[in-house]
Design a protein around this ligand. Structure first.
Ligand SMILES: *Cc1c(COP(=O)(O)O)cnc(C)c1O
Length: 472
């Protein structure tokens, strides 16, 4: 391909992108293919000779598109959203074109300095403590691993980095029974051993019970174990329960534990002043992560990680081989030392486009709408005699299930709701996922897709009621 062909295909593709987003509601939200459908259409061997773009693009349409689940479809109510927005997509095109490797300041000073400023903008948007500093990571899973490694090194006085585990360390990590699976993964990777992750009882509202946390820590200390870190979740994945950060922070201070806050999804909500009190006591946290790539209009991947003690972070991850030394190392942020990978994408650019395009008020307006529609939906669920809300709503996720009058057999209710979910998702119009709340099969409906409007929510609810009423 030469430059002029690149230009022509580029224009053609931007037209395709605009058409796709215009027509997105004509696609089934959840891909309807079966396992193997896609790979069966892909040649076993790569081509010997290069192929033309026309053919590649037509195969993209024919083979790939049917196997895509349309996360930007306004009928997407599943998991948590992975929102994009026009400014974010445009910035991603520029990032791909620049193809810069932003591992250290020298390798693109603008990337490092823009990232520094964007972390400050986000800090202000969410009203995070002013003494924190942060860097972008790819995912919350990575940021949580970074937090656990930092806690480990600080507690061992950087000995484990140096000598490895001696086998004598008996570190314990605490999180609620509702915590995200990435915590367990990080505990395994960091070398603590899964059996040292203590799942602390949750209260009736599914938030961590601080009394149970204190008991678990005290009992571990009596047993000669070493409490290291507690993880508070601001918005659990199952039901967006909010752990009591302030209470947990006080307990962590008392016993000398690191407090990490996993606000992967819920963090964005702190941009709304009315919801900021959910994170009361946040200044007690040692580290905090939230994902602009979920609810903040910014394409995956973009995860914002903040710490109180920059020195502890850098000391945990710093490397300085001769070939990476530069003359500015003392004056600038070399983000390779702020996390796991050496190579880094220029992620700050899309944040800059998004935050400038919407402004704080524009972002708050989007989030507030989602909150309002979720409040409305919660009302409809509760007004309907055949539906039941299954968990308290703190953000824009409504957890409910079909529970027709007269039916109280729990196994039968689980079955009915599984069938309901399958039928709704097979319709191609909407996509929901499920969870279990205290053992009961529960539908989750997240109102956070950036392309939806109120009418979509109205229609989704009508479809749910209608489909449920026909269930056998
Ligand atoms: C989505 C989510 C994660 C994982 O986020 P990644 O960025 O995909 O690693 C972790 N914790 C919570 C509470 C989440 O909702």
């Amino acid at each position: 391909m030469n430059l002029e062909e690149f230009r022509a295909y580029g224009h053609q593709m931007v037209d395709w992108m605009a058409d796709y987003l215009r027509d997105i509601e004509t696609y089934p939200v959840k891909s309807q293919v079966a396992p193997g459908d896609i790979i069966g259409q892909l040649p076993v061997q790569m081509p010997k000779q290069g192929e033309g773009m026309e053919k590649i693009l037509s195969d993209f349409q024919q083979i790939i598109m049917p196997g895509i689940t349309h996360w930007q479809h306004p009928g997407f109510y599943a998991y948590f959203p992975a929102n994009s927005s026009f400014p974010s997509v445009l910035a991603e095109m520029l990032t791909a074109t620049l193809g810069a490797q932003c591992m250290i300041w020298d390798t693109s000073p603008a990337a490092a300095e823009l990232e520094e400023r964007m972390m400050e903008w986000l800090q202000e948007l969410l009203d995070l403590p002013g003494n924190w500093v942060g860097a972008l990571q790819a995912t919350a899973s990575e940021a949580t691993l970074v937090a656990l490694l930092s806690a480990r090194e600080q507690a061992s006085n950087w000995r484990i980095n140096q000598e490895g585990f001696s086998g004598q360390e008996k570190y314990r990590i605490y999180a609620s029974s509702e915590t995200h699976s990435s915590i367990e993964k990080a505990v395994k990777i960091a070398g603590f051993g899964r059996e040292n992750l203590v799942y602390v009882r949750a209260k009736e509202d599914l938030s961590l019970d601080p009394k149970a946390l204190r008991q678990a820590i005290e009992s571990d200390i009596r047993a000669g174990l070493k409490p290291l870190c507690a993880i508070a979740t601001l918005g659990t994945t199952s039901t967006t329960a909010i752990d009591p950060v302030g209470d947990m922070g006080a307990i962590c201070k008392e016993f000398g534990l690191w407090l990490h806050v996993d606000a992967a999804y819920g963090g964005s909500a702190l941009a709304l002043p009315a919801l900021r009190p959910l994170a009361k006591g946040l200044e007690l946290a040692d580290s905090f992560v939230f994902n602009p790539h979920k609810w903040l209009l910014t394409n995956f991947d973009c995860s914002a990680y903040y710490v109180q003690d920059k020195a502890a972070l850098l000391r945990t991850f710093e490397i300085l081989p001769e070939y990476l030394k530069t003359t500015h190392d003392k004056q600038v942020n070399n983000y390779r030392d702020w996390g796991i990978p050496l190579g880094r994408r220029f992620r700050a650019l899309k944040l800059w486009f998004v935050l400038r395009h919407y402004g704080a008020e524009g972002i708050r307006a989007v989030l507030q709408q989602h909150m309002d529609w979720a409040t409305e939906l919660e009302g409809w669920v509760n007004e309907h005699p055949d539906f039941k809300q299954m968990a308290p709503r703190s953000l824009n996720l409504v957890c409910f299930r079909y529970a027709p009058a007269g039916q109280s057999n729990t196994a039968e209710l689980d079955r009915l709701n599984q069938v309901l979910l399958q039928q709704l998702n097979a319709s191609g119009k909407i996509y929901l996922t499920h969870t279990k709340v205290k053992g009961a099969y529960t539908l989750r409906l997240v109102i956070g897709q950036s392309r939806m409007d109120r009418q979509h929510v109205v229609q989704a609810w009508e479809q749910i009621v209608e489909t449920a009423s026909q269930l056998q």
